[in-house]
Design a protein around this ligand. Structure first.
Ligand code: MG
Length: 162
């Protein structure tokens, strides 16, 4: 069993993680259409990671004998197709996701549902990494992305993401 409010928040988080995957797929589409295959590869992998996050949450809800209710996924809202603006939007998005995870964390603490707190610790740490990666990419792009050679190398580097 899960606390009702925590259960609802976890269900919406499953949706939010799938939306993240959707958003990153759209970023990958834009980069692919510009011929920046390394960037496209990076966001394709990022999208897969987001689906894994959703899967982890789904498993947790089901393991607790609760139902998972899937809702419609919103159309991805890409604010700008400019390279740097996309990287910035990814960072903004991860900061938003961190705030969502923090909300579920607070709600779990409030009702003393420590098993969920323990479960969410992994996500709290994961968000530090997600924000760091997104931020590094913005910084690297600012440093090197404005020259053709820099962009070429950055694209080649991102193509190597495993
Ligand atoms: Mg995620």
């Amino acid at each position: 069993m899960l606390n009702k409010k925590v259960h609802e928040l976890l269900n919406s988080q499953i949706n939010a993680e799938i939306y993240s995957a959707y958003l990153y797929l759209d970023f990958a589409n834009i980069f692919a259409s510009k011929g920046l295959k390394g960037f496209a590869h990076y966001y394709n992998l990022q999208a897969k990671e987001e689906l894994e996050h959703a899967e982890k949450m789904r498993d947790y809800v089901l393991s607790n004998g609760e139902k998972v209710s899937l809702e419609a996924i919103n159309k991805p809202q890409v604010k700008s197709e400019d390279n740097l603006e996309i990287l910035k939007q990814a960072l903004e998005h991860e900061e938003y996701v961190s705030s969502l995870i923090n909300n579920i964390y607070s709600a779990s603490l409030e009702v003393k549902e420590y098993k969920t707190v323990e479960f969410l610790n992994w996500f709290v740490k994961e968000q530090v990494e997600e924000e760091d990666n997104a931020n590094s990419l913005v910084e690297e792009y600012k440093l090197f992305g404005s020259s053709i050679e820099g962009l070429y190398k950055l694209n080649a580097q991102l193509a190597n993401r495993k």
